[in-house]
Design a protein around this ligand. Structure first.
Ligand SMILES: [Zn+2]
Length: 359
């Protein structure tokens, strides 16, 4: 059951801590700094998630970082942006290619015909590879997906005969409800190529305010962009920083550690993560860097000792870090294991072996 589309960020282990029947994807509008507003997504109980969206306004134009993947929420954000008196959104920067950060681009394009969508060239490449047939093919597959999950829940095993644990059954139940909820309001979702791509740095003049877009290197994906507002020392980090527990699908441990160091060197006063609450210092970045370093150290040692990947996935559990990131909350523990350790160890293993890593 790993065939869920990547945009859902949904994998085998969900994070069930609310009844999906009464849960709605939503956001909170947060004043981050002068002229900077973030729409912070609430925690999903399962694998269908929404990324944070941030608005930075100058005197003439506004720039939006990411669009999320719930079109209804994007429409509401646009109403709020208009009501706030902010100047029109001229630029939309996507931090990376995962759909929970860009599938609602089209809503902003419809609302602002002059909009220029900017992505790293790698984000454009991965987006095209993953989503070009979204509206024509993948949407139909997604519509059929809840029934498959429901059947697995009812029979207690997957279509391939793999018996589900009680935890997996619960997460399948939650994800089925979340996908139905998403489909009910999002069936017009589509992917479009960006208007401009960059590979290193670009600066956008919003009128009395200059905003920098930087690629510090590979980290969470091959084409991560961060947005830096020097006026207020606000850093919008995308999924290079996800809290309370990080995502490591298709990630690059060594480069990620360097990217975090480059981010800390900016001395940000505020950090808006891709998911999670706004941060007022870089302590979480240090914590994350220590986690990545320890993962890399343990995987390198295991490779040197001749352990197989399968053995490492059982043996490397990082209990102290799990406690530090997830505490004793069962949902967070499942997220730490399912969204960080499970996808991250194979990536660190490939790096240690000098093999190409998954995108
Ligand atoms: Zn995300």
């Amino acid at each position: 059951m790993r065939s869920l589309p990547c945009f859902l960020c949904a994998l085998v282990l969900g994070t069930a801590h609310a009844q999906p029947s009464d849960w709605q994807q939503d956001y909170r509008k947060v004043d981050v700094a002068e002229g900077v507003i973030s729409f912070i997504a609430n925690d999903s109980p399962g694998g269908v998630v929404q990324g944070n969206v941030t608005l930075i306004s100058g005197k003439r134009y506004s720039l939006v970082v990411d669009s999320g993947q719930y079109p209804g929420l994007a429409r509401r954000m646009i109403e709020e942006i208009r009501a706030s008196g902010a100047p029109p959104v001229r630029y939309l920067v996507n931090t990376h290619w995962h759909g929970d950060h860009l599938m609602s681009n089209f809503v902003f394009q419809q609302a602002y015909p002059e909009l220029v969508v900017i992505q790293h060239a790698e984000t454009a490449r991965m987006g095209a590879k993953t989503y070009a047939d979204w509206a024509t093919k993948q949407m139909d597959e997604l519509k059929a997906y809840p029934a498959k999950l429901d059947k697995a829940v009812a029979t207690g095993k997957t279509s391939k005969g793999v018996v589900l644990t009680e935890d997996q059954r619960e997460s399948f139940r939650v994800d089925s409800a979340l996908i139905k909820h998403w489909l009910a309001t999002s069936s017009d979702t589509r992917w479009d190529a960006p208007d401009e791509t960059i590979t290193e740095t670009a600066t956008f003049d919003l009128g009395g305010r200059s905003v920098a877009v930087r690629h510090f290197g590979k980290a969470n994906t091959t084409g991560d962009l961060v947005v830096w507002d020097a006026n207020t020392k606000t850093l919008v980090a995308g999924d290079v920083v996800v809290a309370p527990t990080p995502y490591s699908f298709g990630s690059y441990h060594s480069e990620w550690i360097e990217v975090l160091a480059a981010m800390r060197a900016l001395e940000p006063a505020r950090i808006v993560p891709g998911h999670g609450e706004v941060m007022s210092d870089d302590s979480y970045l240090q914590q994350l860097s220590a986690l990545l370093t320890e993962t890399r150290t343990q995987v390198r040692k295991a490779v040197a000792d001749g352990r197989t990947l399968e053995q490492m996935q059982k043996e490397i559990t990082l209990p102290d870090f799990e406690k530090q990131f997830a505490g004793s909350d069962p949902a967070r523990i499942r997220a730490f294991r399912g969204f960080y350790l499970e996808p991250g160890i194979p990536q660190a293993y490939k790096e240690a072996k000098g093999e190409p890593r998954s995108e």
